[in-house]
Design a protein around this ligand. Structure first.
Ligand code: GRG
Length: 291
């Protein structure tokens, strides 16, 4: 399997869907602000994972593009809100000015709200799925995105700045803030694909390991990115106000942890056989990613 073309074609499917669906029936400028961030790029990792998870359980992943697109809308909303001055106060995202830098804070807030709420409309437009299963999947996504998932993790994050967290505290934070949306993607995709309870258990375990490895590699990239941009040594003190796997363990150990976690994630998928190959390849890609 050629991963690059798999990622490209699945990414294009999601992009095409979003392009057509967003802005339908627009009544205000908020649609333009929403589209600005959705069209700014991004790896489309969560929707691609949802479709790959459905493939892995024997279904046709590309059939579930509406739910996949909804996940990307929720992810994009979280990035817009995360970049606001009252949160991380970032000027750039996905290689462009952040939403609030272009449209102002109020419109950026609304663009995030619009994406979050419309995501549920879009997900429920999914056809070809037993309505009971679709409801369970949408419920899972809501749970993973909300106060017991991403929103809760973000709240933990902003209240723990300037503290060095323990490994346990950090794991809990990231499982909620970043990991939960990967669980929504992988478990949700497997549910849509009709997975049995044992397969769902395997897929959820895989998603947790994937989320952990994603976070560790994100922390590593953060430090390496800073070193490249500012000519500073990797693991500079500037990042120490946030607890990360690198600040807790150092760069070398963090790299080892990422490799070990990804190996475990890959091994978890062994019982699914050949059908899980795209998921395996995406897992391997995580280790070598540059963004
Ligand atoms: C504001 C409710 C709320 C939540 C924000 C996702 C998030 C929570 C914050 C983003 C900050 C951040 C850098 C988190 C670490 C991991 C992460 C989610 C990175 C961005 O995801 P990618 O790499 O981004 O999949 P692209 O742009 O490729 O989609």
């Amino acid at each position: 399997m050629e991963l690059r073309s798999y990622l490209r074609s699945r990414g294009a499917l999601v992009n095409g869907y979003l392009q057509v669906r967003l802005g339908v029936g627009s009544i205000s400028p908020v649609d333009k602000a929403m589209m600005y961030s959705v069209a700014a790029g991004g790896k489309r990792l969560r929707p691609i994972l949802l479709m790959a998870a459905a493939d892995a359980v024997g279904a046709k992943g590309s059939d579930f593009v509406a739910v996949a697109a909804g996940l990307e809308m929720i992810h994009t909303y979280s990035l817009i809100h995360d970049d606001l001055p009252s949160m991380d106060n970032d000027d750039y995202r996905r290689g462009r000015l952040t939403n609030h830098k272009v449209f102002g804070d109020a419109m950026a807030l609304l663009a995030g709200d619009g994406l979050l709420t419309q995501a549920f409309e879009v997900m429920l437009e999914q056809r070809g799925v037993d309505p009971k299963v679709l409801l369970e999947v949408v419920r899972l996504v809501a749970k993973c995105a909300g106060p017991t998932g991403m929103v809760g993790g973000q709240a933990l994050d902003i209240t723990s700045e300037d503290q060095q967290l323990t490994l346990e505290q950090m794991k809990k934070l990231h499982e909620a803030k970043t990991g939960a949306m990967f669980v929504a993607a992988v478990r949700g995709g497997a549910m849509l694909g009709g997975a049995d309870p044992e397969t769902l258990r395997i897929m959820t375990h895989f998603a947790n390991l994937f989320g952990l490895a994603f976070q560790i590699t994100d922390d590593i990239l953060d430090v390496e990115g800073d070193a490249k941009v500012m000519g500073k040594p990797a693991h500079s003190d500037e990042k120490l106000h946030k607890s990360t796997y690198v600040s807790l363990f150092g760069l070398e150990k963090a790299r080892e942890m990422a490799a070990q976690t990804l190996k475990e994630a890959e091994e978890t998928l062994a019982p699914l056989g050949e059908k899980a190959q795209p998921l395996v390849e995406i897992t391997r890609y995580l280790y070598n990613r540059k963004k």
